[in-house]
Design a protein around this ligand. Structure first.
Ligand SMILES: [Zn+2]
Length: 102
């Protein structure tokens, strides 16, 4: 299976998505903020959705299974279940993401 198919499978069958502020609590660490600084222009970015790998019914596959985490080779990757909050900037509309893992 190529990367595109793997990503499609993971998004379709694995990660759950909550829109807007409903997703802010779907974090493995501290709750995600409603807004964050845009990485592109420094403007204010508002939460759009949170994709996460959590819940009693969640059985994977996990994003962390896609690549090996090899910090010694400077090839970092998630090592556990993750949550990703995606924001869009009010000023430039570009996306910014915050992520954490279990
Ligand atoms: Zn921006």
């Amino acid at each position: 299976m190529n990367l595109k198919d793997t990503v499609k499978k993971i998004v379709k069958k694995a990660m759950k998505v909550d829109l807007g502020e409903e997703g802010l609590t779907k974090s493995w660490q501290k709750e995600f903020p409603k807004e964050t600084k845009c990485v592109h222009c420094g403007g204010e970015a508002r939460v759009a959705f949170v994709a996460h790998e959590m819940g009693k019914t969640f059985k994977g596959p996990y994003v962390c299974e896609m690549y090996k985490n090899k910090p010694q080779d400077e090839e970092l990757w998630m090592h556990d279940a993750c949550a990703v909050a995606v924001y869009f900037c009010k000023k430039c509309l570009e996306p910014t993401a915050l992520a954490n893992q279990a």
